[in-house]
Each structure stands twice: as C-alpha cells, then as structure tokens.
Write a protein that binds this ligand. Structure first.
Ligand code: SAM
Length: 323
C-alpha cells in the first residue's frame, strides 16, 4: 500500500520529533529563557512511536528521521533507538542531533546497522559556538563526530545554518572539511522563525551566494541527486575531495513540489508540513485502542492536508514541530 497526496506526491518519509526538550538554546531556534514544555503525559511513549512506525512501514513509508528538540536528550533514548532498529522493512533510520550527547549513543546505533546521522554544527570556533548555542561545548560535538567517523557510519552530514555576519567567515573552512573526511557538509538557509526567538532577516544569505563564495577558490563539481532522499539539497563535490557539499535552499527555492514527508510531533500530531497545512491528532487515536483501518485513515487524512506549497516564511515553531 502506498500513500499519494492530492498533488501526486508519493509520501515515503516520516520525521519524528521524539521530544520538545533541548539541551541547547540556539539563538535562531529558542528564546534564552526556554519554552513552556509539553506535559509529559502528552508526549508519545516509545511504544506508541514504535506502533506508528510499524504502521507507517505497512503504508510504504520506509525512511524515518528522529529529531526534536534534541532527540538524544530524551531519557532512555537508547531504548527507542534499539526498538526502531529492530523493525523489519525500515530501510533508513536517521537522527538529527546537536551532537552534544552523541558519543554516548554511537555504539548502540552502530550495532543496529541502520542509523545515519545529521549533526548540526554552525561554528568551528569554540567561543562562537558557545554564543550561538548559548552554552554548548564545541569539544563535545567534535568528539561525537570523530566517533561517528571512526565507526564508519555511512552518509553522515554536518548541518550548518548559514548566517550573515555570524558564520559566513567559516563557510570555506567547513567546505574544506570534506577534502579528507567522508561526510557531507550541508549549508542550510536561515529561516525567519517566531518573533520570540530574536531572528532578524538581515542574517539571511541565499544559497546561490554561498555556492559562489565556495566556488571562488575551489572547483565545484555538481553531483546527481541521491537515490534515497527528498531531493532537498543540491549536491556538489570539491574536485579531489572525499566528501560532498549540500545546499538546502528552503527559503529562496522551496522544494515543496518534491516534498515526500509527513511529520509526527512529540505530542503525537501527524502534520502535513513544517510551515502550513494542518494536522491529525494521532495521539488521541493511539490511546483509544485503534484498529489498523483507523491508523491508516489518520495517515491518509494527514497526507491529504499537504498543501501544494507552504505559505512562505510563516511563524514556524521548529522546536515544537521538529526541524
Ligand atoms: N536538536 C537537533 C539538532 O540540533 O539538530 C534537532 C532539532 S533542530 C530544530 C533541527 C535543525 O533545524 C538543526 O539543524 C537546526 O540548525 C535547524 N534550525 C533550527 N532553527 C532554524 C532556523 N531558524 N533556520 C534554519 N535552520 C534552523
């Protein structure tokens, strides 16, 4: 069985926010004072997440990503990592993490043989990293990345949110990491979010400018889109490099036309889109002894809510929906 939405997009990916909690307060994502938290009883249990994933697999969804908040900050997350790693026909399990706790979980993830990692890292300068994340220690993330590389994970990505006047002096250094490391450095356009998170639009840099900046002193070779993936990033390689570069232009060139995902929030809402559309209260269904048909219906209803394209910048709440 497959899910196809109103605009003939085949839905085959699910992004799961496992917690709204985060151990960092990145300036573009959360206010310094933190956010009101979702009551714990409203957060999906690991068993409920596993029920959703098992059902999604039956509907042709084979690719899953854990995000948050910070997924590795949820208590006993190793249990969920193992439970998901055990589900048949799950082809692709990815985790988006800030990397602070990563080294504690790489062995478990490696053991299942199914995980790949996207690690967010906006600066390689310890003081600047601490300012952007409001207190994070760069050394923890670098240790995490080293252990991922040592253990030979495939398709590891470093996500860099590009911010004018903040980390644009480091784009070249980030790009050159790919010369001898087997990973993809992905530059992500900065999105204007909720007012409270102090985002100001003049930090925005269009992806085309970043490509030009890196192209100035490096020979970039364009690569074909990967087989597995939503085509969100344009990928390149610096001539002679081991790794690759990705450019995600969600703002200047939205990729809604090829969007093939649904999102599950930590409190169990199945959402059509990060920025617009609507949601289905899957938690309510999960907690009322659902039949297979009711679960299937929830997925179809959420897919039907997917807009052809999102409404623009909007007031997304990345930390709640899960970036
Ligand atoms: N805590 C995890 C992490 O840091 O990767 C997962 C959640 S975080 C919300 C997911 C991604 O969203 C991170 O790569 C983060 O940099 C990105 N993000 C958050 N706010 C953003 C914004 N305003 N513009 C662009 N990317 C943003």
């Amino acid at each position: 069985m497959n899910i196809v939405d109103k605009f003939f997009r085949r839905i085959n990916r699910l992004r799961i926010s496992v917690t709204d909690l985060c151990n960092l307060r990145c300036v573009y994502c959360r206010p310094e004072s933190g956010l009101p938290l979702i009551e714990h009883s409203n957060i999906l249990t690991y068993e409920e997440i596993v029920t959703v994933v098992r059902h999604a697999v039956k509907l042709g969804i084979k690719s899953f990503r854990l995000t948050g908040g910070e997924p590795l900050a949820r208590r006993n997350i190793e249990q969920l990592l193992l439970m998901l790693g055990d589900i048949n026909h799950v082809e692709d399990l990815a985790v988006t993490t800030n990397g602070i706790y990563l080294k504690n979980y790489v062995q478990i993830m490696k053991k299942t043989g199914k995980y790949r990692l996207n690690i967010s890292l906006d600066s390689l300068n310890a003081a600047k990293f601490e300012r952007i994340t409001r207190g994070g220690k760069l050394g923890d993330v670098l240790e995490g990345i080293e252990s991922v590389l040592d253990l030979g994970f495939k398709n590891t990505k470093i996500n860099v949110v590009a911010m004018k006047g903040i980390n644009d002096d480091e784009f070249e250094v980030f790009a050159r990491l790919t010369m001898d490391k087997s990973l993809e450095v992905r530059f992500i356009e900065y999105m204007a979010m909720n007012k409270e998170t102090m985002v100001d639009q003049d930090k925005f840099i269009p992806m085309s400018d970043i490509v030009d900046m890196i192209n100035r002193d490096n020979e970039l070779i364009a690569l074909p889109p990967p087989e597995l993936g939503s085509g969100a990033a344009k990928t390149y390689k610096i001539k002679g490099a081991r790794g690759t570069l990705g450019f995600v232009s969600a703002v200047s060139q939205p990729f809604c036309g090829s969007c093939n995902r649904l999102r599950l929030t930590s409190d169990g809402k199945l959402r059509a889109c990060l920025l617009s559309g609507g949601e289905v209260d899957l938690r309510l269904i999960l907690r009322n002894n659902p039949t297979e048909e009711q679960l299937t219906d929830a997925f179809y209803r959420a897919a039907n809510l997917k807009p052809s394209a999102h409404a623009g910048k909007g007031h997304a709440v990345m930390h709640q929906v899960g970036g």
